[in-house]
Ligand binder design. Structure first.
Ligand code: UDP
Length: 457
């Protein structure tokens, strides 16, 4: 009797950035919808800029990353930030667990972002079950896993890379931290070291769905204990619609210009708009912004372009005025609503994995313009594995020139393009498969049920 009524309590710990908070928070919503209790643990700094829904059925707590006032941008370097995140984070996570336990709360599982391997040690100190949550693709995980185990050299020697269940990857199709390790050694170490204790964790969760990386998933499933897909973590309203209140992530670190975007989109024809966004923190230089501006102008397609506040000054001075009949530039959009809008024709994306998953779930063809980290590998999957987009080409200076972008846009947007037709068919196929996986009885849905049943038993 007791086992039937037990409410499982999960403590969920994201890496403190928007792209990691979104999937883990969504996962909390799924757990709660199945009768579990979820406590979402944010950094003190980010919790101040997030406006959590007061009606939310998720509990919110905080730990410190050592930078409560200024967040990671106020740290002296990425290395020092990550060091403090580990030491201060471990200490304050322990204090939080102790506080909750002293208040009579039982924590059944700590679900931690795979970047935060130290959280496993904390969970184990308290004798709590632990689950690592990987927010990136299996392809990217596999590359880092091979680097961690000394099976791939860093930097790569220049020869193509052949890994199990993956197409051959050119060096520049691997994550940038592998082929350009000098870019950010601290982040490279963080990502490669995700595998330092993964064999000791009790569950491994992946923010994908079975069909997306089926063969690779089978290969990975043999490496660690209980490897399970639980994605896509896109809000239910855009997929199975079973979670009535789950209409958005609920947390925006930047304020979207929602009515401006949606009113403008409402005036455009079906399938006519090119949406351009490079996510929250990839840096785009002035030359690249100029090339995108001329490409959009020359293509003649209607466009909605997110140029974040910190790079607005890089836009050519007269661009907004000159293109006011053709497009709209905003500093932040309600991206899910935008991608779901019928006027959307394609998405020029930096290939951050949340953006890629969102486009897959909403059936939007992509023009891939990866910048760094896992994005080049995601771009390869988009074009060569899932067939839902085209990659732009970079010149020797690493810039996507106007000609390359215009030609990709034309291939997707122009009626009569055979390639565009095929990409649209594939996009529609993946949209259905994504929904099926998280809908009742789908592979991810069943995996979440099994996980909770195991903890409740
Ligand atoms: N996003 C948004 N509005 C924008 C740009 C991005 O809401 O104007 C959201 C997007 O929907 C996604 C997240 O920000 O959920 C970006 O995550 P992603 O992994 O794509 O990129 P990152 O920001 O981590 O580089």
């Amino acid at each position: 009797m007791a086992s039937n009524t037990k409410v499982v309590h999960a403590l969920v710990l994201p890496y403190p950035s928007q792209g990691h908070i979104n999937p883990l928070l969504q996962f909390c919503k799924r757990l709660v919808s199945k009768g579990a209790k979820a406590t979402f643990v944010n950094s003190v700094f980010l919790s101040k800029s997030m406006h959590a829904d007061p009606k939310s059925s998720i509990n919110f707590e905080t730990i410190s990353d050592g930078y409560d006032e200024g967040g990671w941008l106020s740290a002296e370097s990425a290395e020092i930030y990550l060091d403090n995140l580990r030491t201060v984070g471990s200490k304050t996570l322990s204090e939080l667990i102790k506080k909750l336990q002293d208040n009579g709360q039982v924590i059944d599982v700590v679900i931690y972002d795979s970047f935060l391997t130290w959280a496993l040690d904390v969970a184990k100190e308290f004798g709590i079950v632990a689950a690592a949550f990987f927010t990136q693709t299996c392809a990217v995980n596999s590359v880092y896993y091979h680097v961690y185990n000394g099976l791939l050299p860093v930097p790569l020697s220049g020869s193509p890379v052949s890994l199990p269940e993956l197409p051959v990857l050119q060096p520049e199709e691997t994550p940038s931290f592998v082929y350009r390790p000098e870019d950010n050694p601290a982040f490279r170490d963080l990502l490669v070291n995700q595998f330092c204790n993964v064999d000791q964790t009790d569950w491994v969760f992946l923010n994908i769905f079975d069909k997306l990386e089926e063969n690779l998933l089978n290969w990975m499933g043999k490496l660690w204990r209980r490897v399970r897909t639980v994605g896509p973590t896109v809000p239910s309203m855009y997929l199975d619609k079973r979670l009535a209140d789950d209409t958005g992530y609920g947390i925006h670190l930047s304020k979207p210009e929602s009515s401006l975007c949606m009113n403008w989109l409402n005036r455009q024809e079906t399938g006519s708009v090119v949406y351009v966004s490079f996510g929250s923190w990839s840096q785009i230089n002035e030359v690249q912004i100029e090339e995108i501006a001329s490409a959009l102008k020359q293509s003649g397609f209607k466009f909605l372009w997110v140029v974040r506040a910190f790079e607005k000054e890089k836009l050519p001075k007269t661009f907004t005025e000159e293109t006011s009949d053709q497009g709209l530039v905003v500093t932040w959009s309600p991206q899910l609503e935008v991608l779901a809008h019928e006027s959307l024709g394609c998405f020029v994306t930096h290939c951050g994995f949340n953006s890629v998953l969102e486009a897959l779930c909403l059936g939007v063809p992509m023009v891939a313009a990866p910048v760094w980290t896992d994005q080049p590998t995601n771009a390869k999957l988009i074009e060569d594995v899932w067939g839902v987009g085209i990659r732009t080409k970079k010149d020797e200076q690493g810039i996507v020139r106007k000609e390359s972008l215009v030609s990709c846009l034309e291939e997707i947007m122009e009626e009569g393009s055979e390639k565009g037709k095929l990409i649209k068919e594939n996009a529609a196929k993946w949209k259905n498969l994504a929904k099926e996986a998280i809908d009742e009885g789908g592979s991810s849905d069943k995996n979440i049920d099994d996980f909770l049943a195991d903890l409740a038993s």
